[in-house]
Design a protein around this ligand. Structure first.
Ligand code: ADP
Length: 686
């Protein structure tokens, strides 16, 4: 049974773990929700420990900082400091087989993901620095955000701006832009309105829909922006109910069509938490974990009525809420209880004749399309935090996708978590006020594999090899017509699995992009608009376009003419920018944000290509802009080549044979990069 190259795992054998029971109503911090913002301070300790090899089957080790058995010194005085393991290369060394260099991981900011990270590192036999390190590490594992630490090299497991991008309002806006362009492709996200600014629109649209379809009795779900764990969420039957619920100005929110016919198992509503690795933004690389978690409600589901609207155990699947229900079932098995593996749910559905292959394909499409909606603005954050040419880390990130299955098996995106909980234990109240951490086998099975295999994919020593493999996997996808063909193998994972250290299980993460790039690249219009936006931002580090930048964009792309004067350009800029800035999104910087630029771009496209559908208007205008910028780049290249050649002649005429300094070459190199970028865009489109 397989789909899109991702096969659901067979239902695992139930594991015995009696200690996983916990009493209903236990105040355990949720294992499924975002983490607290700060970790408790940790004592200083020698930070050059070499982890002892760990048996794979049972990865658990004594938890907490300072635990014994972990802090064995690895030649700290000599081989440790000043001589990073990574300077060694695998191969022959003085006639002896060389030892593989340890990958070094700074886990000092891992917070509640620490336990799962430690197990993963032991399985990989990598070198953990639980209290940081004076020398740079290869990988920095942050529990909360990119900004947890000042990092100038290596890789960090968070992207700048991701937390902001997946907030309820920002995500809804990003998906809305895509829905404007591709309504069919993005119908996996419920119809949403942003409050307070779209309240009048919400009221008007609902009234209109009710008038045109009187039997329609909708329900809406109101979700405060930035909320989590079901906090502040409530259901309503009519837009007027919102007003009763508090001050919208002080707490912006998203109001969304409530999916009233979810798929039920044992009469219970459930959702799916899937782990997605964003391995790289440029080029875009996305992996999906083959297994995830299913979180169940604890009251049998009924379609919403005025009487049951407030019953959270019936309507909200949040673990953090349902754990307080007397009906919550802690199970030591991964395929029973109120939290199960997704594979066990799939197994159950498949036994009832559900087309699992189609379901996986739909889920993969949902994930890729959502990431495509998020990446344009992420790139704006990225260039602002890590300007090109300045020292900085590269980033990757594990995202938690919350997905609901409708009765007809259509997956619906609920939300994306930038910081999905990686806790593998929960608190159990032994006696009133006395708590103990007990392992959660379901969480451990899924989360340790996700962290470990993310690390395997990010291993820095494999980078060179990976670059070749990336080419390979791209070529492989080029030759396939139907990329969601079942049974297609992924070269990258296959080769990594063949690696000598792969006494490990096969990767639980499957590449879906660029593997299926051909099917989804046409959706990446906002990405191309973001590339134009970033080009004209000018000063590195800003995220908003000033009026001069916007005018330069119009001029360089030859967009003004007798029908559209530069005065009209200024009016367009002022109108749109003022409106976006009045929404109170980000007041720190003045100017035009990416979303405002996209709106301006839509206006320009509609004005120029009147009769096309919007996505064709926009695609045509992007082509037009890229074409003119490429001509400009070429002219500049020729011009600077002429100058360089003249200078070179002058230089070779010098009797002492002076050479040009690298600084003289720099502008030429930058322009060549710009020209190459253009070639990339054109290739993307083809
Ligand atoms: P939070 O971040 O607070 O958990 P979510 O958006 O995940 O907010 O919503 C909480 C829960 O509400 C979800 O887990 C799901 O059970 C339910 N839910 C959210 N949106 C919808 C929707 N549009 N239709 C049906 N149920 C929903």
């Amino acid at each position: 049974m397989e789909s899109a190259g991702i096969e659901p795992e067979p239902e695992p054998e139930p594991e015995r773990c009696p200690s996983a029971q916990e009493p209903p109503g236990s105040p355990a911090p949720p294992a499924e929700e975002p983490e607290p913002s700060e970790a408790a301070p940790q004592p200083q300790q020698e930070a050059e420990g070499v982890p002892p090899p760990a048996p794979l089957a049972q990865g658990r080790r004594p938890s907490g900082p300072g635990s014994k058995g972990q802090a064995k010194r690895g030649g700290a005085g000599k081989g440790g400091r000043g001589k990073r393991g990574s300077t060694r290369r695998a191969g022959e060394e003085g006639g002896r087989p060389a030892r593989r260099a340890h990958v070094t991981v700074d886990s000092s900011k891992a917070k509640t993901s620490l336990e799962a990270l430690k197990i993963s590192l032991r399985q990989l036999r990598w070198k953990e620095f639980p209290f940081g390190r004076r020398l740079p590490c290869d990988i920095y594992w942050h529990g909360v955000s990119f900004h947890d630490n000042d990092i100038f090299s290596g890789q960090v497991n968070k992207f700048p701006g991701m937390t902001e991008m997946v907030r309820k309002i920002t995500l809804s806006r990003a998906v809305r832009t895509m829905q404007d362009l591709f309504p069919e492709e993005y119908n996996f996200y419920p119809h949403s309105w942003i409050l307070p600014e779209e309240f009048p629109l919400f009221v008007a649209e609902v009234r209109m829909m009710k008038e045109s379809n009187p039997p329609w009795k909708p329900t809406f779900i109101v979700k405060p922006d930035g909320g989590c764990q079901g906090d502040g969420i409530y259901l309503i039957k009519d837009p007027s109910d919102i007003r009763l619920a508090g001050n919208l100005q002080s707490r912006p929110a998203v109001v969304q069509e409530y999916i009233s016919k979810p798929l039920l198992i044992d009469k219970l509503k459930f959702d799916i938490r899937l782990y997605v690795l964003l391995k790289s933004l440029e080029p875009l690389e996305i992996y999906i974990a083959k297994d995830g978690l299913s979180r169940f409600c604890t009251e049998p589901y009924q379609e919403p009525t005025l009487k049951n609207l407030h019953q959270v155990f019936m309507h909200l699947t949040n673990y953090s809420l349902n754990i307080h229900s007397g009906n919550f079932i802690h199970s030591d098995s991964v395929n029973t209880g109120s939290k199960r593996t997704f594979s066990s749910v799939l197994h159950r559905l498949s036994s009832k004749g559900v087309d699992i292959k189609k379901l996986w394909s739909d889920i993969i499409s949902l994930v890729i399309k959502t990431v495509i909606a998020l990446t344009p603005e992420l790139k704006v954050y990225y260039q602002s935090d890590i300007p090109a040419g300045k020292p900085g880390p590269t980033c990757f990130q594990i995202l938690g996708f919350d997905i609901l299955l409708m009765k007809n098996l259509k997956p619906v995106l609920l939300e994306v978590n930038a910081n999905p909980s990686m806790r593998i234990e929960h608190e159990q109240e032994l006696s009133p006020g006395v708590f103990e951490n007990v392992p959660s086998p379901v969480d451990e099975e899924i989360k340790v594999a996700v962290i470990r295999d993310t690390l395997r994919l990010m291993e820095p020593h494999k980078k060179k090899k990976k670059d070749n493999q990336y080419q390979l996997s791209e070529n492989a996808s080029d030759t396939k017509d139907d990329l969601l063909e079942p049974g297609s193998t992924d070269q990258l994972e296959h080769d990594i699995s063949k690696n000598p250290e792969a006494s490990l299980p096969s990767l639980c993460l499957k590449q879906v992009f660029p593997k299926y790039a051909k099917q989804f690249n046409y959706l990446r219009l906002v990405d191309r608009m973001a590339a134009l936006f970033i080009r004209f931002l000018g000063v590195k580090g800003t995220m908003k376009l000033g009026p001069t930048g916007f005018r330069t964009f119009i001029r360089n792309c030859r967009l003004s003419n007798s029908n559209f004067s530069m005065a009209s350009v200024d009016i367009l800029y002022i109108d749109i920018t003022r409106r976006w800035n009045s929404m109170g999104l980000d007041q720190r910087e003045s100017g035009m944000c990416l979303q405002a630029f996209v709106e301006a771009f839509f206006c320009l496209a509609q004005r120029r290509y009147k009769s096309f559908p919007l996505h064709e208007q926009v695609a045509s205008l992007i082509d037009f802009c890229e074409y003119h910028l490429a001509i400009l780049d070429e002219k500049r290249l020729v011009c600077s080549r002429g100058i360089t050649e003249r200078r070179a002649t002058l230089v070779t005429c010098q009797p002492d044979g002076l050479h040009l300094t690298p600084a003289t070459h720099a502008p030429l190199l930058n322009r060549m990069t710009a020209a190459n970028k253009f070639t990339d865009y054109r290739n993307h489109r083809s």
